[in-house]
Design a protein around this ligand. Structure first.
Ligand code: SAH
Ligand code: DHB
Ligand code: MG
Length: 219
């Protein structure tokens, strides 16, 4: 495919997305463990719009990195809302908190540090109030686990978004040994069969290469 044209189209689509300095700083932050794996601006804005369309008050995120997607979600729920973001790496969490403060949203965002498998299980155990929207964007091998946690932490009507379900097309390669692709494949299979979710998925092209997202409604 024509890389230059894909980039030109992406630049054109991104003209619909207005970023202030705090969002741009969080997106271009290089001090994190894996710079450059935050969502593209068009996907950040999609998350923001989905939260607004749903009228979401409580949002749960798996994978904070530098807080780029977190800021988009936090600005959608506003100061009367709550965002809980789960992050493994302490240094990422510290940096994200700085970006959230710069963005003016830190008062209603909690970053829980530790493996999301554990922090999300703790929320289930403690009877955390249900979330209106869940965005899953942490380690891909654990996608099926996170999907179960998301179902336990939501009620019918909640919105679910999974990032990175295509992985350069490797999701369709059953023989691929890539644990990320295997996690994505298992998550798509679960979404297709799990009575609790009504789902679809889309391929995406752009600054992050060939990947995709799944979107689901909690039944
Ligand atoms: N949602 C962010 C990008 C997240 S990148 C954005 O779009 O701006 C994935 C993040 O998941 C990284 O910060 C990584 O440290 C974190 N992560 C990896 N494994 C994890 C785990 N087991 N539990 C919680 N977070 C994890
Ligand atoms: C990776 C993780 C992501 O969340 C992403 O959007 C792209 C890449 C990764 O771990 O390689
Ligand atoms: Mg991602």
């Amino acid at each position: 495919m024509d890389e230059a044209r894909i980039a030109a189209v992406d630049a054109q689509l991104t003209t619909l997305v207005a970023e202030d300095a705090a969002l741009a700083d969080a997106r271009t932050s290089t001090e994190v463990t894996s710079p450059g794996i935050e969502v593209a601006p068009t996907l950040g804005k999609l998350l923001h719009l989905l939260a607004l369309i749903r009228g979401a008050r409580r949002v749960l995120e798996f994978g904070t990195l530098a807080g780029y997607s977190t800021i988009w979600l936090a600005r959608a729920v506003g100061p009367a809302g709550r965002v809980v973001s789960l992050e493994l790496d302490r240094d990422n969490a510290t940096l994200a908190r700085r970006h959230l403060t710069d963005a003016g949203v830190s008062a209603w965002v909690d970053i829980l540090c530790g493996p999301a498998e554990r922090t999300s299980a703790l929320m289930v155990e403690r009877g955390e109030a249900p979330f209106d929207l869940v965005f899953i964007d942490a380690d891909k091998a654990s996608l099926p686990t996170y999907l179960d946690r998301a179902a336990e932490l939501t009620r019918p009507g909640a919105v679910l978004v999974l990032d990175n379900v295509v992985r350069g097309g490797r999701v369709a390669d059953a023989a691929a040994s890539d644990p990320d692709a295997a996690g994505a494949r298992a998550a798509l299979a679960a979404l297709a069969s799990d009575e609790r979710w009504d789902a679809t998925a889309l391929q995406t092209l752009g600054p992050k290469g060939w990947d995709g997202i799944a979107i689901a409604l909690r039944r």
